[in-house]
Design a protein around this ligand. Structure first.
Ligand code: ADP
Ligand code: MG
Length: 253
């Protein structure tokens, strides 16, 4: 049975999309069948996986708001075993349009339940907010992976996120686990990064992934080519570390 992992943090620019695309692609590379679900209206995980948003007829919006079968929305990607559920800017309306609807928090969960056993992993790239889209993701998930940038104020805002996770656990999804905090964009040349690592480890202890993602320019270039790092530059440090993360995620079960 597939494992569903939300990549969530309401802070923007912490590496959610980079992690969703590259963890997804690396899991596929090591033999897992993976579905990458984009629920950010920006659609960066869609284009980052090589899907041309201009060509997308139906996206996750249609699944969440109009009950379109998710199977009709899934697209293959250039990476073998990696599939995408795309998002387009149309999804921006969903946050408000879902408010008056029945079972608005469980729509993604219901959709994913119909295909969960067909995949080894389903990775959900969340938007930078704690609104209904992120609630849908957390409600549908077995686990949440929280990327934290190795920067000043790294822990700022995390209490809000953890509070939302607790509310979802209490009211919507008792089984949701915090699988881990992923340290991202470490600049090894500064002491600051090391301080942040210590601080985050003190707070989250064994919930911090062993793999730490360094700053790597190839990781920031890859999206403009519509290629995950494992395709764009398989020899780069970025490809190495996301492969390490994929293996760690598999071992964690
Ligand atoms: P989020 O989805 O949380 O907003 P992104 O994954 O889009 O964050 O990352 C924000 C920016 O930082 C993007 O331009 C991305 O290419 C870049 N980036 C992310 N991770 C790295 C990294 N490890 N090294 C270099 N650039 C990165
Ligand atoms: Mg993003």
């Amino acid at each position: 049975m597939g494992k569903i992992i939300s990549i969530a943090n309401q802070k923007g620019g912490v590496g959610k999309t980079t992690t969703s695309v590259n963890l997804g692609a690396c899991l596929a590379y090591i033999g897992k069948k993976v579905l990458l679900v984009d629920i950010d209206p920006q659609g960066n995980a869609t284009s980052g996986a090589g899907i041309d948003k201009g060509e997308v007829q139906q996206c996750i919006y249609d699944v969440l708001v109009d009950d379109v079968d998710i199977k009709d929305v899934i697209k293959p990607t250039e990476v073998e075993r990696l599939y995408s559920v795309p998002a387009t800017i149309q999804l921006a309306g969903a946050e408000i349009e879902l408010v008056p609807t029945i079972s608005r928090e469980v729509r993604l969960k219901r959709a994913l339940e119909t295909i969960k056993e067909e995949y080894d992993f389903i990775i959900i790239d969340c938007p930078p907010s704690l609104g209904l889209l992120t609630i849908n993701a957390l409600t549908a998930s077995d686990a949440v992976l929280i990327p934290v940038q190795c920067e000043y104020y790294a822990l700022e805002g995390l209490s809000q996120l953890l509070n939302t996770v607790r509310l979802v656990q209490k009211h919507l999804n008792h089984d949701l686990m915090i699988d881990g905090v992923l340290l991202t964009m470490l600049d090894a040349r500064t002491n600051l990064g090391i301080q942040v690592i210590d601080e985050v480890k003190k707070y989250f202890q064994d919930k911090v992934y062993r793999t730490i993602i360094p700053r790597n320019v190839r990781l920031s270039e890859a999206p403009s080519h519509g290629e995950p790092i494992i395709i764009y530059d398989s020899k780069s440090r970025g490809a190495e570390v996301y492969l390490d993360l994929a293996k760690e995620v598999v071992v964690n079960g």
